[in-house]
Write a protein that binds this ligand. Structure first.
Ligand SMILES: Nc1ncnc2c1ncn2[C@@H]1O[C@H](COP(=O)(O)OP(=O)(O)OP(=O)(O)O)[C@@H](O)[C@H]1O
Ligand SMILES: [Mg+2]
Length: 549
């Protein structure tokens, strides 16, 4: 038989890291990501200063915002960032906690592997622990009674805002968010993404922010003559330039005499006026357009006291259409009364250059706009981020009707429940479930640490208090173990359940990798934009978790 050489399976250009070496490398990367956001957890968490390529500075302590902006390249680290993103898109809050928990689960797993437990045994144990943890969390959740709902929504919003927006405005901003959510609530569901519009307005005070039942537009009227206030406006929406019949874009006309020229001009004028008349005849009292309305059309509309907007973004036109029921018209010659939308009031704000229009109480009054005001862009931006979290926690509580005690209380309750359960599982499972419980305790510990408090003393005291009260947590402002429900520090059940699910998922994904094959040569892609090159990892596409957004 002929002698055969070794069978080459792998491309010799690939770099390979196997077994525990690959695992520990990935775990370290995940821990490094958590290290970036760890100090931001909780109301006493620190802020991060982010400076983009243009040198613009922003300050944030929102986990997902930090991770999205800093350009992480390691594949395992990217998986952890994806955890934050998926939590953001499903629960809108709890991103920092999820990243910390996934890294803690991996840290505990590393210790078990070093003691000889195989990663697949850890994966199995973590699955058991996750199911049990979710059950324990549900048991510790509190149903929101109908009569308490308004109060609880405000508390949950204030808890999520704490540390993200100035404390003095916490209550005011929480009220704004509750109001906006209640406007758009429909059959117990709150569509934060499409029905609550937020617009930012600068050089104003934060406490001048307001909620409008309807729409606030960053677009003013085209001319000063436009009416300032129209009750029950009839709204036409145009997504086209109004042109006369005979005018064709880029066309060249040969005109033989001045009379002929005048005839053409008069003809066009008549055409345009006829279109404007058609619009006025429908009963329209306001016209919003993506293009500039000019010449005879504008003159005619102004003469008939019709409000005409400056050119608007398509997105804004779509919002107005949604709120008022107006159809977006691309051929104004065919406009009819049925295409118009309605609202209670149209007002234009003539202060600060007059660039604002409010459409209050649209035909579809389930749209709300929060006008976020702030002195500077940084102020307004940080308030806007805080409002986003607040709206999402309100949504979760309206939809699920369940909350848990905050300040590390729910995590401690679940951790202790898991520790008590672990011995029943026996064998490796017992050790793995106990490790999972220890990882959960990292969350209250991080809150304590970030509060500048004594981690060992307080976490022991918290454990002890939990034998009597499952709602006990750390109030980082007083440094005391407190009943968090009584202190009004409460989180949505959904946020905490999502944290457990997403963190476990990421930890398990990383634990299952025992082989990393990496192309060592980065291929030159001719004319590829720089961003594309950055999106590859040494020639290998970075792994992606399914984006649920
Ligand atoms: N006064 C308080 N004392 C102790 N803990 C608090 C207090 N107020 C809020 N918390 C806790 O802070 C935690 C949330 O912190 P934070 O908002 O920084 O992180 P996150 O919600 O996990 O992530 P992110 O908001 O960045 O998406 C929650 O567990 C909440 O219960
Ligand atoms: Mg939060």
């Amino acid at each position: 038989m002929a002698k055969t050489g070794p069978i080459i399976v792998l491309d010799p250009g690939k770099e390979r890291t196997k077994g525990n070496e690959a695992l520990f490398m990935n775990i370290n990367a995940a821990k490094a990501v958590a290290g970036l956001v760890q100090s931001t957890l909780g109301p006493k968490g620190m802020d991060k200063m982010l400076i983009n390529k243009m040198g613009q500075v922003s300050m944030t302590n929102d986990g997902v915002n930090i991770l999205k902006d800093i350009g992480i390249e390691h594949p395992a680290a990217k998986m952890v960032v994806e955890v934050a993103r998926s939590v953001e898109s499903t629960a809108g809050d709890g991103t920092t906690s999820s990243v910390i928990l996934s890294a803690a689960l991996l840290d505990k797993a590393e210790k078990l592997v070093r003691k000889g437990i195989h990663p697949s045994a850890i994966v199995k144990g973590y699955r058991i622990a996750e199911t049990k943890a979710l059950e324990l969390l549900e048991n510790s959740a509190i149903d929101v009674a109908k009569g308490d709902r308004a109060d609880i929504l405000k508390k949950v919003a204030m808890t999520s805002i704490t540390g993200k927006a100035p404390d003095v405005h916490k209550e005011f901003l929480a009220d704004l968010c509750v109001k906006a959510a209640e406007i758009v609530e429909e059959d117990g569901f709150v569509d934060v993404r499409t029905k609550i519009i937020r617009v930012v307005e600068l050089q104003r005070r934060i406490d001048e922010s307001e909620v409008i039942e309807g729409i606030a537009l960053n677009t003013g009227a085209l001319s000063r003559k436009a009416p300032k206030r129209i009750e029950n406006p009839k709204i036409a929406l145009l997504d086209t330039e109004i042109i006369a019949n005979k005018t064709k874009a880029n066309s060249v006309m040969v005109v033989s005499s001045p009379e002929e020229r005048q005839k053409i001009i008069d003809g066009e004028r008549n055409d345009l006026t006829a279109i404007a008349k058609k619009i006025v005849d429908t009963g329209a009292t306001a016209v919003f357009s993506t293009k500039v309305v000019r010449g005879p059309v504008l003159e005619y509309l102004e003469k008939h006291d019709v409000f005409v907007s400056r050119p608007m973004e398509e997105k804004d036109i779509e919002n107005v259409s949604y709120a008022t029921g107006a159809k977006i018209i691309r051929n104004p010659k065919e406009i009819t009364e049925n295409d118009l939308g309605s609202a209670d009031l149209l007002e234009r704000d003539t202060r600060n250059g007059g660039g604002k229009t409010y459409i209050r109480g649209g035909h579809n009054s389930t749209v709300a706009t929060i006008v976020v005001r702030g002195e500077t862009l940084q102020h307004a931006d940080s308030v806007d981020t805080a409002l986003d979290d607040a709206l999402w926690v309100i949504k979760s509580v309206i939809e699920d009707g369940k909350i848990v005690a905050g300040g590390g209380a729910s995590e401690m309750a679940v951790a202790l429940g898991l520790s008590a359960y672990a011995p029943k599982a026996g064998g490796y499972d017992q050790r793995v479930i106990s490790a999972y419980a220890d990882a959960l305790e990292e969350l209250p510990k991080t809150l304590i640490r970030n509060g500048g408090l004594d981690v060992i003393d307080l976490s022991l005291a918290l454990r002890a208090e939990h034998t009597k009260n499952k709602n006990a947590g750390i109030n980082v402002f007083t440094g005391k173990i407190t009943d968090m429900l009584e202190a009004g520090v409460v989180d949505p059940y959904r946020v905490k359940a999502n944290t457990i699910k997403a963190a476990t998922e990421a930890a398990i994904m990383i634990l299952r990798i025992d082989d990393m094959l990496r192309a060592t040569v980065t291929r030159e892609i001719p004319d590829a934009p720089a961003s594309h090159m950055a999106a590859t990892y040494n020639g290998m596409a970075p792994p992606q978790m399914n984006e649920r957004r």
